[in-house]
Design a protein around this ligand. Structure first.
Ligand code: L34
Length: 291
């Protein structure tokens, strides 16, 4: 079993970005600037957004965090989006999901200027991605294909099974892996809550991407020997043996399946840090398109 070390790879790529930023600045450019909008106080979202702004500092980007309370109205949020769209000093921005229930997420995403949509969530970018045109790739799927690429894991012609069909992970990664591209050219099956006999698919999979939000769901008897498992789940579960009383686990039961895998991503330290790094790569791309 080989560990796909997302934390280490993220560090490597951030160093590459920092070199490029230093070069751009030495040529007289300003710094790339990413803004993040966080509505409400969801503890996980706060951690993720903090990791994003901290990573901006590490690579020499400017960053802004717009923090609004959970009672923020949809109209107020649309105004923030419109202001960020119009702000010449902002190269890209994200609205951290999930949003409070009273806000229509689709309406917010549709309001984002596609040229600043470094999350790649706007249908303009998503549609381009689906058609193989250059676009911002959604951060988590982008992080996953980057890990497969940098670890030289063959994807072409492989059986890939994606578990979960969310707009931000399952659906886009299924498209990316099946695209006529490198990495890509896989035969992809997208499984979800209505899939019957799930194990019949997972047992045949060379590569499994699991994004269900169900702690320790994937067990050794569900996969074949030598499978590659990319675990997108980040679940906080109770654990009396830790100081905080809880710990993070993935959607795959790491201890159960690790030995059977050829490659596996850990949680934490796997896909999460690569999601953050992909956002930086997209922001640099947005910046370069502008200057
Ligand atoms: N708009 N909303 C928008 N864009 C995104 O790209 C996201 N996502 C997902 C949730 N909502 C979003 C993220 O930022 C998931 N996600 C994300 C980002 C960072 C990390 C995990 C998920 C991360 O840094 N994970 C660390 C552990 C963090 C912890 O200690 O809780 C890890 O090592 O996995």
């Amino acid at each position: 079993m080989k560990l796909i070390d997302g934390r280490l790879l993220a560090k490597t790529i951030k160093e590459e970005i920092a070199v490029e930023v230093a070069q751009l600045i030495s040529e007289g450019n300003r710094r790339p600037h990413l803004a993040a909008v966080l509505v409400g106080a969801d503890p996980a979202s706060r951690v993720y957004v903090r990791n994003k702004t901290r990573s901006c500092e590490q690579v020499g980007f400017d960053s802004s965090l717009i923090n609004k309370d959970e009672h923020t109205t949809e109209e107020e949020l649309l105004k923030i989006v419109a202001d960020l769209n119009a702000d010449e000093g902002i190269d890209g921005f994200i609205v951290q999901l999930p949003l409070p229930k009273h806000i229509d997420t689709d309406r917010i995403i549709l309001a984002i200027d596609p040229s600043k949509d470094v999350d790649g969530f706007h249908p303009n970018n998503f549609g381009k991605m689906a058609q193989g045109m250059p676009s911002f790739l959604p951060a988590t799927p982008f992080g996953i294909v980057t890990m497969l690429d940098r670890y030289n894991i063959d994807v072409a012609g492989k059986n890939c099974v994606v578990l979960g069909r969310s707009n931000i992970v399952g659906t886009p990664i299924s498209i990316l892996l099946s695209r006529k591209a490198d990495p890509g050219n896989a035969t992809v099956t997208l499984c979800h809550s209505r899939t019957k006999h799930l194990e019949e698919y997972t047992k045949k999979a060379d590569i499994i991407v699991i994004a269900l939000g169900r702690p320790n769901f994937l067990k050794a008897d569900m996969i074949k020997e030598g499978a590659v498992v990319i675990d997108v789940g980040i679940n906080r579960i109770e654990d009396a043996s830790t100081k905080s009383g809880s710990k993070l686990v993935g959607d795959a039961d790491f201890n159960d399946i690790a030995e059977k895998c050829s490659y596996i991503t850990p949680v934490p330290g796997g896909v999460g840090p690569m999601t953050v790094t992909s956002l930086l790569m997209n922001t640099l791309q947005a910046f370069k398109a502008k200057i």
